[in-house]
Design a binder for this molecule. Structure first.
Ligand code: PLP
Length: 417
């Protein structure tokens, strides 16, 4: 029944509906497991698109949300405020590096990126500077599915390339891994300086664009060059934020303080739709004025939803009371050890590990449907894409479940490569 409904009414993400295999029906979650309607229990290798860092159904988050639900599930944020949002903003400001102190709440990663792009654009307008209509972004990047966010995704390989003609034109560069690439970035920034509003980067790992990792020095180089050319740096930590790379935020590994930082996904421990765009004081001050038109012109209906803020506060409690970063480190060690042998498998181009992310790249794109089926047969929920199969489990995953994931990926890749 539910499969029929799914076919007729529910339009699924990134799915060619014609001929698509019916989706699996999930009825419950627990810890690192997804329980299906047919009784199967799958070990989740990707924590629901990298969100469920504390595992599913953590009782502390459940209790906080239930308490908030009884008090005030939602209230508009225009002209009103509430403690869950006030507390969350103060806590994020305290956790983030430097003077990233000004928190704008929204409801998805893509919208957090839209807000960041808009903040950068309006910052210049408010300073009386016009013509800065472009953003420098990096090839291989992914920042979301809305129009502005799509415009800064990889323009050639990315999933949004077909929409090029509909999107604002941006400036693209390779991440500066070599001296020549650093020079090229410097030259591009100089050439476009008068038309650029900002530089945007996914710190340490380009996620949905292919799980490509770069060392902190590359991030530091980008931050230095952006500063040297007087451009605000937007760090999109929607994937990397909250422990995924081994530190609470990826930026701190490079010792940098971006001018604007985007968070979502694990912000609520993966329980609710919430996002934050956080600005440094210098950015915020460009909006601080007697002119009403200089105000940030954005306000999603469900921004600062109290239930989501309560979940986010409870999630931050767990980072204080439970050893998440140590768990991320233990996962890193285990992934490095467990996936290492795949380097020697013919057909495997690369194995990359960073924090609680393990990615295996095939030399050429495999038959994804067959690979997914092999993984499913082994009782794990993993979603390979392009030429990549990756693991980003809950940071709380138990050793036995993690070993099961690694064994399933290792065997499925070896059979497929
Ligand atoms: N930015 C990055 C780095 C992401 O990984 C994603 C989602 O995968 C997004 C933005 C978009 O977030 P959302 O899917 O919540 O709109």
């Amino acid at each position: 029944m539910s499969h029929d409904v799914s076919r007729t009414h529910l339009w699924r993400p990134y799915t060619q509906m014609r001929g698509a295999a019916p989706p699996l029906e999930a009825v419950a979650t627990q810890g690192s497991r997804i329980i299906l309607a047919d009784g199967r229990e799958l070990v989740d290798g990707i924590a629901s698109w990298w969100t469920a860092v504390h595992g599913y159904n953590h009782p502390h988050i459940a209790a906080a949300v239930a308490d908030q639900l009884a008090r005030m599930p939602h209230v508009m944020f225009g002209g009103l405020t509430h403690q869950p949002a006030e507390r969350l903003a103060a806590r994020l400001a305290a956790l983030l590096p430097g003077d990233l102190d000004h928190v704008f709440l929204s409801d998805s990663g893509s919208v957090a990126v839209e807000v960041a792009l808009k903040m950068a654009a309006q910052m210049w307008l408010n300073r009386g500077v016009s013509g800065r209509t472009k953003v420098l972004a990096f090839r291989g990047g992914y920042h979301g599915d809305t129009m502005g966010a799509m415009s800064v995704c990889d323009p050639e390989e990315g999933m949004h390339r077909r929409f090029g003609a509909y999107l604002p034109t941006q400036v693209f560069c390779d991440l500066p891994r070599t001296a020549a690439e650093t020079e090229a970035l410097d030259a591009t920034l100089a050439a476009h300086r008068e038309t650029l509003a900002a530089v945007i980067i996914e710190p340490l790992v380009q996620g949905a664009g292919g799980m490509r990792m770069h060392p902190p020095e590359v991030l530091a180089t980008v931050a230095n060059l952006a500063r040297r050319h007087g451009l605000p740096l937007i760090a999109d930590e929607i994937f990397t934020g909250f422990g995924r790379t081994g530190t609470l935020f990826a930026c701190t590994q490079a010792g940098i303080v971006p001018d604007i930082l985007c968070l979502s996904k694990a912000l609520t421990g993966g329980t609710m739709a919430l996002a934050a765009t956080i600005a440094r004081t210098e950015v915020f001050e460009a909006f601080w004025s007697d002119d009403p038109a200089a105000a940030l012109m954005h306000g999603p209906t469900f921004m600062a939803n109290p239930l989501a803020c309560a979940a986010a506060n409870a999630s931050l409690d767990l980072f204080e009371t439970e050893p998440r970063l140590a768990q991320a480190h233990a996962i890193e060690v285990r992934l490095a050890d467990g996936l290492e042998d795949l380097r020697r498998v013919p057909g495997v181009a690369d194995v990359r590990i960073l924090g609680a992310i393990g990615a295996v790249q095939f030399a050429k794109a495999p038959d994804l449907a067959a690979l997914k089926a092999r993984l499913l047969d082994r009782g794990v929920w993993v979603r390979p894409f392009g030429d990549i199969v990756y693991l980003t489990p809950a940071l709380t995953i138990g050793a036995a479940d993690l070993d099961r994931l690694i064994a399933a990926v290792t065997r499925a890749v070896a059979e497929q490569a």
